[in-house]
Design a protein around this ligand. Sequence first.
Ligand code: SF4
Ligand code: SF4
Length: 193
Amino acid sequence: MTQSNRDPRYVAQQLLLAISMPDGLIFRELDAPSYTNVDYFRMACHLIFECLRCGNCCTTGDPIRLRPEDAAHLARGLKIPLNKALKKFTIADPQKAGVLNFKHILPCKFYDQSAKGCKIYQFRPWSCRIFPFLGIYGSEDRVVVNELCPGSVQTMETLKKAIEAVRADAGIGNASPEDIKCAKLLLREALDL
Ligand code: SF4
Ligand code: SF4
């Protein structure tokens, strides 16, 4: 996905196309995953999201979850053995069997206060990569804006305005199923994390 493809108006247009027909009518492939309109809204938000670097998520987010592959990625990034990374940085989630969390969180030990950024940005865990829109946050029926994240509030406003602008202009016209499929595939690139 190029930077110009992240232009809010372009993303809004692709979103309107993507939600104009359900996945089941567009994807005939048996193994193609199916997503809802709400999922496509989340993907669109993720694509245009701009972090305002306030640090709220990294200083107040708890727990920060890791998948096994995140721990392996972290170990490779830090150039240390996996068992050492697991011992030094992770702890088993007391609530969920088989799930790992970062140890000693709040603020996250990888948060760089002076630079207001992540010291391990290239190999940060998946839970940080999907923040703030691709998680569910308690609702599968609508996109829930995380009020602690000013970037997410701003993103939602930007997307709403862009949708209004597309609708007020030419809308999405008479889109073909191929156009709709392309729009869905473009938004799904948000999931390539
Ligand atoms: S790993 Fe990086 S992005 Fe994730 S909470 Fe820590 S500092 Fe923030
Ligand atoms: S809370 Fe949102 S805007 Fe603030 S640093 Fe985290 S992702 Fe960026």
